[in-house]
Design a protein. Structure first.
Length: 447
């Protein structure tokens, strides 16, 4: 046996240590994503394994709670969202064991962009290319969503030429990931136009709310047999809901919304085993859109509503150990939201909410009065939160309250919140109108 000199032995040890450190620090490879059609059924594959998207739209915040409830993916609407960079978003997803459909934000015709302006389109193309190059190798990325609802209030079909050019660019630079564009609604004319002018797309995203119950019929009528993702779905939209005489849309309470989530997923999304490769519920978070409670599955204060319970069940196959309170209804002056509640300024009116907790948890209550939103935005654009009024509710922590009608003529909403003390809540609201009896001072308003 030949003895190795000590300096040589040390050198070999250092080489081995360095090699091991390099292996440990090596970045994970990008996810390889494919679509395959097997026996007439489309299937998404990630790293050569079947993958069905069980996800939600998540713009801001920590995705760990999404993973804890059984989700495996989330989508964004842009790379850098103004609070976090795309790198931070993707890193948090990877740390939580989640994959991401990353949005590439494109300008919209309804906001003034002209897709016949070749110079502007070229500048946008280069900006998107920069984003693709920046994030294409991240292991959490699976799909690129090019734009969002570019067909909404738009007439120029040249937008789809721009989408197709971006898709081709992505496929040239990034051989691992697929492309789609999320569409507002679905029709035969729309899908034919998109397929004709943007054939490079791998699949489409379909975004529907109350009307999603008609999606199977729309698909059959269109003849579209390709793969798709339901890239937004959830509560019935404010534009498709009943309204009061003063045109305030009537929002379903959190219990009704949860029931809608369950039926729409089971009867439409999960039922299509041929073309649908998954979905993203809207919204894993909270936002102001007509009201602060309409679309988010969380309250602004962070509590989960019953829609989260439903998603947990749909994604994991079992209900969570502790569930959100259930609402029986909410009444103002003995009337529901469907009865055009009119009040006189300064007069007192009773209001009550009916709720129970599935787990027997003791319930607490909170009531809030807000102005009716005057925003008339579309497509989820930013809306300011309406003014909140204080000092108008007697016993605001009770199930039964007395509301003093605001002193100014106009449209308002009364919100009822119910909490179980375990991070869950229920919510409902009633629009009401204060008639001109007297316009007292608004000194007790606050925002």
């Amino acid at each position: 046996m030949q003895w190795i000199k000590l300096p040589l032995l040390c050198s070999l040890a250092l080489v081995l240590i360095a090699g091991a450190s390099a292996a440990e620090s090596k970045e994970p490879a990008p996810a390889k994503v494919e679509l395959r059609q097997i026996d007439g059924r489309w299937q998404l594959y990630v790293n050569h394994k079947p993958f069905y998207i069980k996800g939600a739209g998540l713009e801001f915040g920590d995705p760990k709670r999404l993973a804890a409830h059984g989700g495996n993916s989330f989508r964004t609407w842009r790379t850098d969202n103004g609070q976090d960079t795309g790198q931070q978003v993707l890193d948090r997803a990877w740390a939580s064991g989640l994959y991401v459909t990353m949005g590439l934000d494109l300008a919209r015709e309804r906001q003034g962009f002209n897709y016949s302006d070749k110079a502007a389109v070229a500048r946008q193309f280069e900006d998107v290319k920069r984003q693709v190059l920046q994030y294409k190798d991240h292991p959490a990325l699976i799909l690129w969503a090019i734009g969002n609802e570019l067909n909404l209030n738009a007439n120029n079909p040249a937008v789809w030429d721009a989408v197709n050019d971006i898709s081709k660019m992505i496929h040239q630079l990034d051989s691992n990931h697929l492309t789609l564009t999320p569409l507002s609604g679905f029709s035969t004319e729309l899908i034919r136009t998109v397929r004709a002018r943007a054939p490079d797309l791998d699949l489409v995203g379909i975004q529907m709310y109350g009307d999603i119950v008609n999606l199977p019929r729309y698909l059959r009528a269109s003849g579209y047999e390709g793969p798709y993702i339901v890239s937004e779905w959830g509560a019935t939209g404010h534009w498709e809901s009943p309204a009061t005489a003063w045109r305030a849309p009537i929002e379903n309470n959190s219990t009704t919304k949860a029931n809608d989530y369950l039926s729409r997923y089971q009867n439409v999304i999960a039922a299509d085993t041929n073309q649908c490769v998954g979905s993203y519920a809207f919204l894993w978070g909270q936002k102001q859109e007509r009201t602060p409670t309409w679309y988010g599955v969380f309250l602004k204060s962070g509590e989960e509503t019953a829609a989260v319970d439903v998603l947990h069940y749909l994604w994991s196959g079992q209900w969570p150990a502790n569930r959100s309170p259930k609402l029986g209804g909410v009444w103002l002056d003995g009337k529901t939201a469907y009865e055009n509640v009119h009040l006189k300024a300064g007069d007192d009116y009773p209001a009550r909410v009916s709720a129970e907790d599935p787990d027997g948890d003791p319930l607490t209550y909170r009531w809030v009065v807000m102005d009716e939103s005057t925003a008339r935005t579309t497509g989820g654009d930013f809306e300011p939160e309406p003014k909140t009024w204080k000092g108008l509710i007697q016993r605001p922590a009770s199930r039964d309250i007395v509301l003093t009608a605001p002193p100014k003529t106009g449209a308002y909403r009364l919100f009822a919140y119910v909490f179980d003390g375990n991070g869950h809540a229920a919510c409902a609201n009633i629009p009401f109108y204060v008639d001109p009896s007297h316009d007292a001072s608004a000194s007790n308003s606050q925002k």
